[in-house]
Design a protein around this ligand. Sequence first.
Ligand SMILES: [Mn+2]
Length: 482
Amino acid sequence: MRLNSAIPVMCLGAFILAFGANQTNAGPDKTGLTQRPTDNETLIKNGFKHTVLSKRRRALLKKLPNSSVLLLAAARPPAEDYDPYRQFPDFLYLTGLEQGPCYLLLIKNDKGQGQDILLLPRRDRYKEMWEGKKPSLNSESATERGHSSLEDTRKLSKLVNAALKNSKSFYLGGLKKKKLGDWDIKVPSGVSVKSATLAIAKLRLVKDAGEIALLERAIDITAAAQIEAMKSIRAGQYEYEVQACIEYMFKRYGARLPAFNSICGSGPKSCVLHYSANTRRMKKGDLIVADVGANFAGYCADVTRTFPISGTFSPRQREIYNIVLKAQEAGIRAVKPGATLRDVHRAASNVIRKAGYGRYFQHGTSHWLGLETHDTQQISLNTVLKPGMVLTVEPGIYIAAEEIGVRIEDDVLVTKKGCRVLSNGVPKTVDEIEKIMKNAKGIGARKVAPVILRGIKKSKAEPKKEDSEKNPLSGPTKRRLY
Ligand SMILES: [Mn+2]
């Protein structure tokens, strides 16, 4: 979504989904995905294998200096259990747990020997009644999870205070130094308190095979959603209907959440970089920037496509679109081991500048991608690219006076020889987009049974016919939903 300062943009994966009443027997499409993936659980299990998680913690311990302690807290549960819970990405990366309160305590003594302790709450039958069973001290095994030991969260201060007595450095993540008193943790003088986040961010930067598989699934689901949006969009719809179509597809394919607020900006809103109100009614002739991404098991896709509401680009829209596309292709060509995000940005922005639109490209071209949409802000843009890193390439041109905003974003994996575009299944050229939109009737363009909405009366406020292909009001009390 963000450029440079990080423009998050979401991209769609490209696959054509067999979808619809007459397609219940549809087989795999060309990307190999059937109507519903049956291997989501396997992918998640492989991505969060205990042996893999334990290896990550060992790598982190190795990076710590001798005589140090690292304490990482899980995200606290929300004040009300019906509010959403999102685990801190660092904690998820190292433990695979999606709950709090829990703590990870890594201790490295003066001889370089390490301890890897997980603190879990005891089983709480009352909470189970409301929230269901969750991993607890009673249900888990240290050996199975690959920890030196499991401890009760109530022992946190005792364990940390004892470890700090023999240490020189105290690394913290997920909780603040000034809050340590709340946990009865006393830092002895002579122990320096530091942040653990940079060391963990550096580990997270290079993805292993399980992580790449999870990212690919998030991206493929996003691709399906982008394609469905292209097939569904109509003049007269609101932007939030496009968003609904996209997010329905996320859930339909197993991604529980969007990775970030979906950006569906049409007409003048196509020029608002992080627009997420999505409340405008779309008109024939508008472009829409759909910058969206599914979060699959914690891993974030981020794919942007720009397409015309009517299904056909105007000559001017096509002209601007093709400059952005050329810039994006130049940016992708610059992704290879040894280069940096600055090189990628230079390659993309040179194309836009030479075309005379330099001042209309106001954001950076890339950000890292993984367990966060910006994965993470800790990692410098000067970092030298290595195989296994994943980044976005997303130049844009935004001409507010003409209501033309175009952004194209793909998710790219650095490989030994160069790179692989993970989101290349989503149509990207003008011809490909116009072809997929032609005569298409996606899930969001289908009629549903008329519903009774109280309070709606035919009035002068009724939209004029030219605003929409079809009049959405079929009577004084009935609104036909597309
Ligand atoms: Mn992005």
